[in-house]
Design a protein around this ligand. Structure first.
Ligand SMILES: [Ca+2]
Length: 189
């Protein structure tokens, strides 16, 4: 049986250990020797996020960390409503800490084809936006992963204001769109 004092202590300690585990997990995800050498910043493996609904983790030797996350190969007609607005049930959520400031976010993404190549993205309480991958016919290497920047229309790369504790959510917009990892790139003042 716990005394009132130990109960009072248990909660902060459990929060501390939970935070420690998350931090260790984050560092471990970003320090794997199989990460490409160019991923030198603050990296987040997509497979460390929380996938719900249409998002699934996929094991792949071609992916950083050996896995990535993608939306299911639905019939386009079945997900037509996803082209109108995000569905909260089909989401991939990242929670992370950062030094507050302005950042761009690099992404390694893949698509089923050049016609299924976007997500909705939402950071903290900011409005969601459509992130349509940068691609051209000359760069039609899908479904392999390509290096890109999170962007909103001509706002490329989009500048994000991060706070200490952030929630970044990807929502399904098109079928088969994949995310391997993210890199936070701080902008110098
Ligand atoms: Ca990955």
């Amino acid at each position: 049986m716990q005394t009132q004092q130990t109960k009072a202590l248990a909660k902060p300690l459990s929060i501390f250990y939970f935070g420690l585990i998350l931090s260790l997990g984050f560092l471990a995800a970003c320090s794997k020797s199989d990460l490409p050498a160019y991923c030198t910043g603050l990296c987040i493996e997509a497979e460390t996020g929380l996938p719900l609904g249409a998002f699934i983790r996929v094991q792949s030797a071609e992916a950083s960390g050996g896995a990535f996350v993608r939306s299911l190969y639905h019939n386009e007609a079945d997900i037509h409503n996803h082209m109108q607005a995000p569905d909260q049930k089909d989401s991939l959520t990242f929670e992370f800490e950062a030094e507050p400031g302005k950042y761009t976010i690099k992404a390694w993404v893949s698509a089923k084809d050049l016609a299924s190549d976007s997500f909705y993205v939402k950071l903290n309480s900011q409005p969601y936006f459509v992130y349509s991958f940068n691609n051209t016919a000359a760069n039609s290497v899908f479904p392999e992963f390509v290096e890109d920047n999170l962007r909103e229309a001509s706002d490329d790369p989009k500048v994000f204001t991060l706070v200490k504790r952030n929630t970044l959510i990807f929502y399904m917009r098109e079928t088969g769109a994949g995310l391997d990892r993210l890199e936070l790139i701080p902008l110098n003042p």
